[in-house]
Write a protein that binds this ligand. Structure first.
Ligand code: GAR
Length: 212
């Protein structure tokens, strides 16, 4: 059974997609052992509670400096003893101590096709604003492993989504979530739970067929 910790900051629709996929059996051999939020008011914590999952808030506001927060975050993760950490709308740059402790075991969902529309300043609704400002005709979502550089680690899954005439950032965000994010993130967890994902020496991911 793959032990999954999910880190969140806001509404938690991606967390909900994971909870639903576990319930329906789309993800097998995995369980969410803890949901961690940097924001005590995140609706994602209510979603966790409704699903009977332990939710914990670790906020930078409660610590005297960033280093103390980083230590507390790592401690909170370690307590849950996860095999996999899923960043599902987690708006905190993952500290180096966490990346080091869980190298190759942290995945993130980004609401664009990496390496487009990613990096500093590209998070949440801003991503979709920038896609529309640039006039891109296609966007999407990416699940990737997390390394020290923002939105940079090995890409695991991607799905393209059409940009339509008249889209607002909100409308486009919703389409990217519905058509890509809520599908890709559960799928990524399922693949990892089945032991089908490897990362090679060049930082490329490979997905084994089921019959291998
Ligand atoms: C999602 O669109 C996720 O891809 C994005 O924040 C949203 C969270 O929504 N994440 C990032 O931008 C990370 N760089 P949710 O709380 O409803 O899952």
């Amino acid at each position: 059974m793959l032990r999954v910790a999910v880190c969140v900051s806001g509404g938690g629709t991606n967390l909900q997609a994971i909870i639903d996929a576990l319930k329906s059996g789309k993800i097998r051999d995995a369980q969410i052992v803890r949901v961690i939020s940097n924001n005590k008011n995140a609706y994602a914590l209510t979603r966790a509670q409704n699903a009977g999952i332990e939710g914990v808030c670790v906020s930078p506001r409660d610590y005297e400096n960033r280093e103390k927060f980083n230590e507390a975050l790592l401690e909170c993760l370690k307590e849950a003893d996860p095999d996999l950490i899923v960043l599902a709308g987690f708006m905190v740059a993952v500290p180096a101590n966490v990346i080091e402790a869980y190298r190759g075991r942290i995945i993130n969902i980004h609401p664009a096709l990496i390496p487009s529309f990613c990096g500093k300043g590209y998070y949440g609704l801003h991503v979709h604003e920038k896609v529309l400002q640039r006039g891109a005709k296609v966007t999407g979502a990416t699940v990737h492993f997390v390394d020290e550089d923002l939105d940079h680690g090995p890409i695991l899954l991607q799905k393209a989504v059409e940009v339509r005439e008249g889209d607002t950032p909100e409308v486009l965000q919703r389409r990217v979530m519905e058509e890509a994010e809520w599908i890709l993130l559960p799928e990524a967890i399922s693949l990892i739970a089945q032991g089908r994902v490897t990362i090679d020496g060049n930082g490329l991911t490979h997905i084994a067929d089921t019959d291998q």
